[in-house]
Design a binder for this molecule. Structure first.
Ligand code: AHG
Ligand code: MN
Ligand code: MN
Length: 364
């Protein structure tokens, strides 16, 4: 398709903004700054070993283990810096928070403060960086509490503890064979592909919709002994395929970059589970509510899919801390609802066909 036939991200945002004639340009400008940060990270990722940003962030350079207890990769730190530098100066933000920073980040005194909060996972799937598998960045834009906007005071953790339903925008960039930006400003989901020559995100996937049904699931099966019964039941039924209670075969995928799994699911359906499990009592789930589950959940719901804790809608959860972890299930609506039903039902063994139940005559 000719260049003239595609919208740029800028054009898309300006056209979206016409729905709100009273709005200023801050929101769009902020999203464009985030998009520029993503382009910068895409370039660093693309250079790989040539850019000198592979591997762990050495202790002598100030790197160590982040607030999650995970060893930081150089690219985690570089990506975090890129996000901050591209967005802190503009006067659109009251503050930000990131996976890589224990505390909220204050807009430096030399810059004006604005009305939005930016929350991000600068590099998702960073264990995949050194093996050249897709990674991405995830972001969420919240409105700062009115008291913060009025006073211009420093932000505190409590300012960020807003349920996912109140996100103004959410999205991710995927640094795969092509770089893409997937965005929702609360009016559906749109996908943009980076034209590397123009340096522009071009609208290539308007109005992305997730099929309601699927035969593809994604879960880290090495954790199966720690799963709760409803999750075990769901996966067992998928694995049983045509001869099981679901009477159809399922396929499984696990990339270990949630952002890449989310993208596959947005494109062709599927269900992703990183459920709460008993692996580590201090971690109720692997993924983080504010900068992983909520933004991806917002995109899923905006695309006609569903996002859940396994028990209830993700976007209704009241966060309790900045780096809170949570069980996450998202994707094709009918599958996510099924998993929620399994959690609501009393005893898994009683509700499945006896012949195929884990306690049937044919199993020990
Ligand atoms: P991050 O790189 O931001 O820490 O996130 C990685 C997450 C997520 O992207 C992925 O789905 C999951 O961790 C992979 O976990 P396992 O290593 O348990 O498979
Ligand atoms: Mn992540
Ligand atoms: Mn990360």
């Amino acid at each position: 398709m000719l260049l003239t036939q595609r919208s740029t991200l800028t054009q898309f945002l300006i056209e979206e903004r016409r729905r709100f004639p009273a709005s200023g340009g801050d929101f769009n400008a902020l999203i464009l700054d985030v998009a520029l940060a993503c382009k910068g990270i895409a370039r660093a990722v693309a250079y790989g070993e040539l850019g000198g940003v592979m591997g762990n962030y050495a202790a002598e350079d100030g790197g160590s283990v982040n607030v999650q207890g995970e060893t930081q990769k150089k690219l985690d730190v570089v990506s975090n810096d890129v996000f901050m530098q591209r967005t802190e100066w503009s006067g659109h933000l009251a503050g930000m928070a990131s996976e890589e920073m224990e505390l909220p980040y204050q807009i430096p005194a030399q810059y004006p403060r604005g009305k939005y909060l930016l929350v991000f996972d600068p590099l998702d799937g960073s264990s995949n960086i050194d093996v050249n598998v897709s990674v991405g960045s995830i972001f969420s834009i919240l409105r700062a509490p009115q008291a913060v906007i009025d006073s211009g005071r420093d932000v505190v953790e409590a300012d960020f503890l807003q349920p996912g339903a109140s996100q103004m925008a959410a999205g991710y960039a995927l640094y795969g064979p092509t770089t893409m930006l997937i965005l929702s400003v609360g009016n559906g989901v749109a996908g943009f592909t980076l034209d590397p020559n123009l340096g522009e995100f071009m609208l290539t996937h308007p109005n992305m919709r997730i099929p309601q049904d699927t035969h593809e699931f994604a879960i880290n099966a090495s954790n199966s002994r720690f799963w709760e019964a409803p999750v075990k039941r769901y996966v067992d039924e998928c694995l049983a395929g045509k001869t099981g209670p679901r009477a159809k075969d399922f396929n499984m995928r696990w990339i270990a970059s949630m952002v890449a799994e989310a993208h596959r699911i947005l494109m062709r359906g599927g269900v992703f589970l990183y459920p709460r499990d008993s692996k580590d009592a201090s971690k109720p789930g692997r993924l983080r509510l504010l900068y992983e589950a909520n933004p991806v959940g917002f995109l899923m719901e905006q695309a006609g899919g569903r996002a859940s804790t396994g028990e209830k809608p993700m976007l209704g959860v009241q966060p309790s801390s900045l780096h809170q972890r949570i069980g996450l299930v998202f994707g094709s609506k009918n599958e996510v609802e099924r998993i929620e039903r399994y959690h609501a039902e009393p005893a898994p063994q009683e509700s499945v066909e006896p012949l195929f139940s884990p306690r049937s005559l044919f199993r020990d």
